[in-house]
Structures are given as structure tokens and as C-alpha cells.
Design a protein around this ligand. Sequence first.
Ligand code: 5GP
Length: 170
Amino acid sequence: MQIGKTLISERRIRRRVRELGAQITSDYQNRDTVLMGVLNGSVCFMADLMREISLPVEVIFIRLSSYQGTQPGEIKVGSDFGIDLSGKHVLIVEDIVDTGSTMKFIIERVTDLGASTVEICSLLDKPSRRIHPTEIRYAGFQIPDEFVVGYGLDYDGLHRNLRHVAVLEE
Ligand code: 5GP
């Protein structure tokens, strides 16, 4: 496996993240807001996005594992969901929404924890593989059905540190 063609350049990512941050800033005025990053994939996106939001927001991270190599596996909670989210407006920050299973799982738990609202902000959206209908309030880019790496997304733990999003090739 190797890094193939660039799907989204560093420059396009930067511009889009700025737009999303401005949109979120305008939508979340006067709200008790929690940005909930899904580790490890959201790490680059969260680091950049949170600095484009000009509001006092809480930033927390949760950990799940849903992929083994390129194959979907089981979703596991790897960190504490025992936080009180009552009255909070939770914005889940994710690297990519693919089948929608991860988002379905997280939204159910966040809702159980009493959040007032739960919305999704995902850098990438791969709608062609959706199993669970998922409303992505803030979507960075729609991409075709290809396995991508970079800007937080990995293949077997590697390539998260690329500045752009690239297709993985045989
Ligand atoms: P879903 O639960 O929506 O099927 O999958 C979401 C998770 O699958 C993402 O957070 C990500 O970790 C992983 N995933 C889905 N598509 C890709 C991809 O093209 N590249 C990488 N690196 N991970 C992906």
C-alpha cells in the first residue's frame, strides 16, 4: 500500500476549515458548547477547527475503534462516556462519516447523557457507503468511495501526519 493521488490539498482544507469555524461561531452564540472529538482520526481537524471558532467552547475527546486495516470492525468505547452533558450543545467532530455506524452509536450515547442538542461536524463525507442515514450539519468535503489517508486519517496507524488528504493505492 502506498500514498496515491492528492484528493484534497492542504490549502483547500485550510480554507474550508476556516469557513466551517465561521459558520459554527455564528450558529453557537450564547450556548454552552462542547466540541467532542473522536480519536484518533479527528486530531488534526479538531486542532485547526477549534482555533477557527471564536467562542468559549469546551473541548473533549472520546476513543472508539471501528476499523481494522480497511475493513469495518466492531465499535468499542475506549474512554469514559461518564460525563454530564445535560444542557450542553454537543458538536461531534469527526474525520469521516462512512457507513454512519460510528455516528449513530455516539449520538445515541450523547443523547442519553442529556445533551440539549447533538450535531455532527465531519471533515469528510463518503455518502456512497452509508448504511445509517446521518445528518451532517457541517461537512467539509464529499468524497467518492475510496480509502483515504492523511490529515488525521490513517492506514494501519500510519499517514495521519500528512498535511493533505490522499487516496491509498495498492
Ligand atoms: P463509519 O462508522 O461511518 O462507517 O466509519 C467511520 C470511521 O471509519 C472513521 O472515523 C474512520 O476512522 C474510518 N474510515 C472510514 N472511511 C475511511 C477512509 O477512507 N480512510 C480512513 N483512514 N478511515 C476511514
